[in-house]
Design a protein. Structure first.
Length: 302
């Protein structure tokens, strides 16, 4: 179809805000021009894209489907424009990273500090999301680079630029509240304790569920949260056994000696395989200078 890009641009702004008036303000055109553009696009596509009532605007199924394709395209165009403008001004584009709270706090901060000292003129943006959510951000062109846990069912291997860290997940509990035996525990024995873990939208939760399934065990957590730090805090006060990356415990011990005395990493009879933190970019797009420079700062574990 030979459809003017401007029609899709108008559609994107209306679909993003679900408001013809907000779209007109963002595009600096009249509301009637916005309405006429949408009518023209709907006529060319042969189906309605919005439900219109006096109180609200919403996307039709066709509109939702079109938005899934238009949004990443618009984001890529915006990123291209920003990169060209930044490169022309300072030879470096902005650096926009997607990462989870845990990876940001326990891994990313020192590298951001190094990068900022080396390139203080480069704007840095960080968007927090789960490892699964970060992949979606990258696929939709909303970030330049993501750092996520791997294995990750949503991340294609071709997107991985490099492995930057290796870690092991551990079960931790407070012996002041539980009478732990002086021996390694089995997963079945661990399952008898109240379990604290991340919610199902995380790679860590998915990983633990698969580990239990592999050993023909049912995993029924007592608490599911979105923060590893909060899981550690709740485990320390005796609410249960937390399943967290080992680097969280190591770093918390450095910051607060109380963790070292109140929490115990529970030895396991079953080997828990190591996982990795990987840096990933979209291989179909050229990397701007900022992304290349930041990747060079990160470890590259073979």
């Amino acid at each position: 179809m030979d459809i003017n890009y401007e029609l899709y641009k108008v559609f994107y702004y209306v679909a993003s805000s679900l408001s013809f008036s907000e779209a007109s303000k963002a595009l600096y055109i009249s509301q009637s021009a916005v309405s006429q553009s949408i009518k023209t696009l709907e006529k060319k596509l042969g189906q309605p894209l919005f439900y219109r009532t006096t109180k609200k605007v919403s996307l039709t199924p066709a509109g939702q489907l079109l938005m899934k394709h238009i949004e990443p395209a618009i984001n890529l165009i915006h990123r291209g424009e920003e990169t060209l403008a930044d490169d022309a001004a300072m030879q470096f584009g902005q650096l926009h990273i997607g990462a989870s709270d845990t990876i940001c706090r326990y891994f990313l901060v020192p590298y951001l500090e190094q990068f900022h000292k080396a390139y203080p003129q480069v704007p840095i943006r960080i968007t927090n999301a789960t490892s699964y959510g970060c992949v979606e951000l990258l696929e939709h062109g909303k970030v330049d680079l993501i750092l996520v846990n791997y294995p990750n069912a949503s991340l294609a291997p071709s997107y991985i630029s490099q492995s930057v860290a290796e870690f092991r997940d551990v079960f931790v509990g407070n012996p002041d509240f539980f009478d732990f035996p002086d021996k390694a525990l089995t997963l079945k024995e661990i399952s008898q304790y109240p379990l604290l873990m991340l919610d199902r939208k995380s790679t860590t939760s998915d990983y633990l569920h698969k580990l239990f399934l592999k050993h023909q065990l049912e995993l029924i957590p007592d608490v599911q949260l979105s923060s590893n730090d909060l899981l550690i805090d709740l485990s320390r006060i005796g609410l249960g056994i937390a399943f967290v990356p080992d680097y969280c415990i190591r770093e918390r011990e450095k910051e607060n000696n109380k963790d070292k005395h109140s929490l115990r990493i529970l030895p396991m009879t079953e080997a828990i395989p190591t996982r990795r933190i990987v840096a990933a970019t979209d291989p179909t797009l050229p990397q701007n200078s900022s992304v290349k420079a930041f990747l060079e700062l990160l470890p590259n574990i073979k």
